[in-house]
Design a protein around this ligand. Sequence first.
Ligand code: NCD
Length: 356
Amino acid sequence: MTRHLLDLADLSVEEWDALTTLACDVRDHIDRYAHVCDGRIMATLFYEPSTRTQMSFQTAMLRLGGRLIGFDDPNSSSVAKGESLKDTIRVVSGYADLIVMRHPLAGSAKAASLYSRVPVINAGDGGHLHPTQTLTDLVTLRLEKGRFDGMTVGLCGDLKHGRTVHSLIKTLSRFPTNSFVLISTPYLRIPAYVRAILDRSGCAYREVDRLDDAIDTLDVLYMTRIQRERFSSIEEYHRQQGVYVLDAAKMDRAKPDLIVMHPLPRVDEIAVEVDDDPRAKYFEQTEYGLYARMALIMTMLQHPEKRLPDTLPVGSLHRCGNPHCITGREPYVPRVFRREGDTLVCDYCDEQTLRP
Ligand code: NCD
């Protein structure tokens, strides 16, 4: 298993199987795991609001017998005094055995991993990725559908800014028998790098504007919130808001074995009446997130060696064009790009940046 968890797609299908198998065992025998992390300390550094991710990580560590440090309001830490991400991570990685970090900038977890002596788990880096939500989603699929492949998966809502969507597509497109229906307004379509991954995957996919045009074909419907905080203009948010609402009438047209997932929080995109439909699995999903994170913490703490990375990558002279990339805000982070065809792609945020 990789030392850090920055992107679930960095793991193999076998590793996903192992983690979800362990999560299912935790669910069935949680007491057996009560002392696995005795004496271990996990830091949760939340630079952005969170309910489920933060509390499920904290509960997971407490249920494993470990202890916690951290902050959920960067203004109550030295970040408010202007401390860099690098310095915070260097310091905290001297205190804790594991760091769980959520941050508003894309690529922040990867940047943090360069300066950490202990494993870093990405708990959401801006609008980029959210690997532990996807691990939660895999546990949900395993328990509720019994498989990760051979499904028609609909993703609906803010596919542009929704990090849960990006991580889930990257992961489920590893199985060529999955197909995707991407349901959004033209403004909220998936980013170019996610589209490139889908194009390379061999999975069939189509894009539609209306949920009504797809719902009867789906095995899984993944609803998402319109991500107000990631819009550059509030007027644009108001234009996109409230476009998608899953209600009982729409559910009447869906397959009897559809499952409805949502990373939560919900705003108005699922009517409350749907909660009583047995196909609604979003509250179960939150519970599975606890088991998923217990499995992940145990797995990552199996290799307790504390050391700094041997070398830092060599920085490039190019700049990433994404205004929400960590390399623009923390200038010491070495800028690294990979070449894909005739395009340079930022290694932190995946933005296709330059055509030299
Ligand atoms: C999601 C997130 O933070 O990206 N929530 C979560 O972690 N369960 C989804 C969202 O905020 O809409």
